[in-house]
Design a binder for this molecule. Sequence first.
Ligand SMILES: *[C@@H]1O[C@H](CO)[C@@H](O)[C@H](O)[C@H]1NC(C)=O
Ligand SMILES: *[C@@H]1O[C@H](CO)[C@@H](O)[C@H](O)[C@H]1NC(C)=O
Length: 312
Amino acid sequence: MTRKLSQATMGLSTARRLILVSECLMLLLGSSWASNDTIPLVIWHGMGDSCCNPLSMGSIKKMVEEEVPGIYVLSLMIGNSVLQDTENGFLMDVNAQVSFVCNQLDQDPKLKAGYNAMGFSQGSQFLRAVAQRCPYPPMKTLISVGGQHQGVYGLPRCPGESSRICDWIRKELNSGAYTDAVQKHLVQAQYWHDPLNDDLYKKYSLFLADINQERGVNETYKKNLMSLKTFVMVKFLQDTMVDPVDSEWFGFYKPGQAKELETLQESAIFKEDRLGLAEMDKAGKLVFLSTDGDHLQFTREWFNEKLLPYLR
Ligand SMILES: *[C@@H]1O[C@H](CO)[C@@H](O)[C@H](O)[C@H]1NC(C)=O
Ligand SMILES: *[C@@H]1O[C@H](CO)[C@@H](O)[C@H](O)[C@H]1NC(C)=O
């Protein structure tokens, strides 16, 4: 009724003008959208977590949005719901997860000009796989927050309330981490790195041994990783969930035993430069940060001071 009235009183030309004005407004909005020069951020959560938990990734997303006005932050959901997303963090073939994400990033018009990526815990090594396998859209800087780039040889504790899940995972891993069934269906087996069975790891690890080029060098992986501007790795000095913690800086146990550690720089992957990490190190593209907390424990001040500069 009111609509009819106003149309009648306005007349056609006024209505046309209004449409024009609103079109102009949309154009204006569109151009300010296109001209904002923030770099989008893609986040991949850790095990037992999801895209949207208000206490974890949700609050990180909000924090970044507050600190960097106008930024587009995409917190990845693997699957169609938060519940699926959480379950997939335990049970979905990691290579399939990476493909799923590559596809999602490729279809997102806001990421066309490139993006920065920040992984939490296992999300870090999964995002590195995205960098190595999917150069479009281009990932600019990769920030690994407590990631396990040489895998784990133990999960002493699980985050939050998932300790029962942890027990179950340990049982599965003990029954044969490198059997096909366990590799395909248990996420943690896909970055399980048994230094006492190095040959089994190299041969049967479907995910980690592939992205770490243990079965031969794929030059594409190398080229893609090297095109990152910066690769930042954060290690938690009091970490009680990752064994060995050095994996967060791409270090690991020396092959054949599980006591002595080697740094990235001492390792074969670096010396043979299978991933271009030695070249990146020389070019100042690798950044090693540490903080004093347990797994993924940091303050907003620390985040703002150490990580935010890479997101501006
Ligand atoms: C620019 O900022 C707006 C919010 O002000 C945001 O929605 C949009 O995604 C941003 N554009 C890009 C390309 O990041
Ligand atoms: C190397 O990696 C690329 C990107 O994932 C893939 O398309 C290609 O098939 C791989 N090449 C070999 C020899 O595995």
